[in-house]
Design a protein around this ligand. Structure first.
Ligand code: TRP
Length: 487
């Protein structure tokens, strides 16, 4: 098993996974759409009472099982490995369109550098976004094939400090803008009257889990590379606070700009690609600021994409005994093929599924519903179907904490996830922040549910095939091992 070179390396890599488009683009957009500070209370509760405990749980499982989501599920019951592959499939599909958005941020970085102004519609209509998607996917694949230390960890250790430093400088600059105090009021004034809305809570929980990359087996994979001396609860707290800090920091950058230049805070997806560029075009030093902003967004997206790819690369290596290079190459090729329809859906090809751009369709089915489905599976399978979890948790994180985390993951977190997901489905309305891609076309709950059911069935079928194939090399290895007299 590969290992992180140090505790700091592990924490930075996990921060790299957590900090992404979700923090810098989606968080301000969702917050703006939900009336600003009103959203903060449910968000903080979701982060500290649900996402953080589940993060500790997932990292502890990873270190205990020393494997991937597939082998961890297999240790519970042999056939459960199918669910492990299914979750890999969910993350892989999310990755396929996440890379497209990451490519957009790279494009906007280049435009900012060259000083050229381009509307989002003109930009996305061309072929450049498709090329940038491919470039981003290849970059992700190359880093992952470099390995845990030399690829993932090195990349995060480099990019995370640069990104956070740049964001801090941008935030300092924004304190000088005339709209600074209005921006801060908007961001930080809580509103207790809206707390009765289940949809607000649904939006907050969705955002918390997405932003912290929790419940998807990614942290389980990263936890397996951590050594025994690593204190998991402390590391989880650092990762969570860093992720929250970056989200707030980007709010501190974005809202003063929005209010200083008379823009709409509730602009959704437009916020990053349409609204902000209007301000960048007229503010002093706007070109540099725009370039810095989009570069940070791209770096953050890249380290998140790396974590999504690593999870499946690790699973393939483990089950098929492939080399890291081979797994990374095969999966990069696969993600290029899978993401192409999403990339083309915004281009001149205008690829649609049932009248909806493919990217929006994927985001509103697998992106929005796949995440709670995976997190519910993860929490329930390891608590309800696996009695040793209680003890192994006590060994990994200490008995006192295990006493709190275990019941949370057994009852509270699955219940909360089921309730918030059901509320958003039952409401049948469009609500800001219920979708990962703020501003995409609303497709309605019926199509959402139909879509996710079909996708999950397809993933399950693919997983069963993967398990059948996976059995042969593993069985072969076992035979050789026995032959060598180890049995
Ligand atoms: N957390 C990342 C962000 O904020 C995105 C991300 C990384 C993610 N890994 C994930 C989202 C797994 C869903 C599933 O942008």
């Amino acid at each position: 098993m590969e290992r992180w070179s140090s505790g700091a390396g592990f924490i930075l890599a996990a921060i790299g996974s957590a900090v992404g488009i979700g923090n810098i683009w989606r968080f301000p957009a969702v917050l703006g759409g939900n009336g600003g500070g009103a959203y903060l209370i449910p968000y903080l509760i979701a982060v500290f009472f649900c996402a953080l405990p589940l993060m500790i749980f997932e990292l502890a499982l990873g270190r205990h099982f020393q494997g991937t989501i597939v082998s961890a599920f297999r240790s519970v019951r042999h056939p459960f490995r199918v669910f492990g592959w299914m979750i890999c499939g969910i993350v892989f599909l999310i990755l396929s369109y996440y890379l497209v958005i990451a490519g957009w941020t790279l494009g906007y970085f280049f435009f900012a550098l060259s000083g050229e102004r381009i509307s989002f519609a003109d930009f996305s209509a061309g072929w450049l976004p498709v090329v940038l998607f491919a470039v981003t996917a290849l970059a992700t694949g190359i880093v992952v094939s470099g390995g845990v230390r030399k690829g993932i960890e090195r990349m995060s250790t480099l990019l995370i400090p640069v990104s956070v430093g740049t964001l801090i400088i941008l935030a300092l600059y924004c304190t000088t803008l005339p709209g600074f105090s209005r921006g801060m009021d908007f961001l930080f004034t809580p509103d207790f009257t809206v707390l009765g809305s289940p949809l607000l809570w649904g939006a907050a929980f969705g955002q918390a889990f997405f932003s912290l990359s929790v419940g998807m087996g990614i942290l389980l994979t990263y936890g397996a590379y951590a050594d025994r001396e690593q204190a998991i609860p402390a590391a989880s707290l650092i990762i969570t606070v860093a992720d929250l800090g970056v989200a707030l920091l980007s709010g501190i950058v974005i809202f003063p700009i929005v209010f200083s230049f008379g823009l709409a805070p509730a602009a959704g997806a437009e916020l990053a690609f349409t609204t902000l560029p209007q301000a960048f075009a007229v503010m002093p030093g706007g070109r540099v600021i725009a370039a810095a902003f989009f570069l940070v967004l791209f770096f953050a997206a890249l380290t998140s994409a790396i974590s999504m790819l690593e999870m499946s690369v690790a699973a393939l290596r483990e089950s098929f005994l492939w080399s890291r290079r081979r797994s990374a190459a095969v999966l990069t090729a696969a993600v290029l093929a899978t993401g192409l329809p999403s990339a083309l859906s915004y281009s001149a090809a205008d690829l649609r599924f049932d009248g909806i751009p493919v990217l929006d369709f994927l985001d509103e089915t697998i992106g929005t519903l796949g995440l709670p489905v995976a997190a519910i599976f993860l929490a329930i399978v390891f608590t309800w179907f696996f009695s040793p979890t209680r003890d192994l948790l006590a060994r990994e994180i200490g008995n006192g904490l295990a006493r709190i985390i275990y019941p949370l993951c057994t009852y509270i977190i699955p219940a909360v996830l089921i309730m918030t997901t059901a509320a958003r489905m039952a409401s049948g309305v469009d609500y800001p922040g219920l979708r990962n891609l703020p501003g995409s076309e609303f497709i309605g709950p019926l199509l959402q549910i139909e879509g996710i059911v079909i996708i999950i069935l397809l993933l399950l079928a693919a997983s069963v095939v993967a398990c059948r194939l996976g059995r042969c090399p593993l069985a072969g290895r076992l035979r050789t091992w026995r032959r060598r007299g180890n049995s």
